[in-house]
Design a protein around this ligand. Structure first.
Ligand code: ZN
Ligand code: ZN
Length: 265
């Protein structure tokens, strides 16, 4: 059985043009048994509007779920763009809608998405990365009702030198705090393969962080391509499985009705 891709977007996200059905067709072509959509839900995201029309999203995906029921199991997830002041809004959202899977991702630190060069102005790259990790930690303290933390070192995509000088060791203290906090709260971690798509040569987070999560006792690990178009569906998943095995994992996780299910790697 193919490994389940737990992170992808469709045209319900403003940064994707892919009709959901095109992602489903891709999954079927590649003989996948499951598909899980996790479109963006954010409030006040800089210039673009990332607020998901949740009722329309769920209705559309439910129709597809029914239409393709005999061929593939469709899960309805969401990627929340965490910011501490949104804790109440997200709490209400998750009370209201029965998602299968919820990713908590930090796309904004110090009020800014690191994809904007201003994020790095007036400080060293290391300081900017540290500020991002601090924001991840603060977000988990403010709100922890999500299933897994998305792309823990997202900031590295956008640094002036990207991951050239970046190591886990340089940010060990704060990253360990994050990992311990996740484990304590029963939140999982994601291996996001988009790092390969961005030419970083590593998943997000870096292998050393995945290994550290395992060594600290972390067991809930999902695998996601973060595809925004069909050609990146389940991108580099063989590599991802090998990385996890090397880090000591024997199982990976996917979620249905907010409950983790474990599959052998
Ligand atoms: Zn994201
Ligand atoms: Zn995403």
């Amino acid at each position: 059985m193919n490994v389940i891709d737990s992170h992808m977007h469709s045209s319900f996200s403003p940064d994707s043009q892919a009709e959901p059905v095109t992602m489903i067709r891709q999954a079927l072509r590649d003989h996948f048994s499951h598909i899980c959509f996790t479109d963006h839900m954010e409030y006040n995201h800089a210039e673009e509007q990332f607020e998901l029309d949740v009722p329309a999203y769920i209705a559309a995906l439910r129709r597809l779920k029914e239409r393709y029921a005999k061929k593939i199991e469709l899960h309805i997830g969401v990627e929340l763009g965490l910011e501490p002041w949104l804790a109440d809004s997200f709490h209400k959202l998750l009370q209201q809608y029965p998602f299968d899977f919820v990713i908590g991702s930090v796309h904004v630190a110090d009020g800014l998405d690191p994809c904007y060069p201003e994020f790095f102005q007036g400080r060293t790259e290391k300081e900017a990365y540290e500020a991002y990790f601090q924001a991840v930690y603060d977000n988990i303290q403010a709100f922890c009702e999500f299933d897994i933390l998305g792309h823990l070192d997202y900031v590295v995509r956008y640094g002036p030198n990207r991951n050239r000088f970046y190591t886990y060791e340089k940010h060990k203290e704060i990253i360990d705090e994050i990992l311990r906090c996740l484990i304590e709260k029963g939140i999982g971690l994601e291996l996001n393969t988009s790092g390969f798509r961005y030419g970083l040569g590593h998943p997000s987070p870096h292998e050393d962080i995945l290994e550290r999560y395992h060594d600290l006792g972390g067991e809930i690990i999902t695998i996601g391509s973060d595809a925004h178009s069909p050609e990146y569906f389940a991108y580099e998943f063989t590599k991802a499985q090998n990385i996890l095995k090397k880090c000591g994992f024997t199982y990976y996780t996917y979620f249905k009705e907010r409950k983790p299910r474990f599959e052998k790697l």
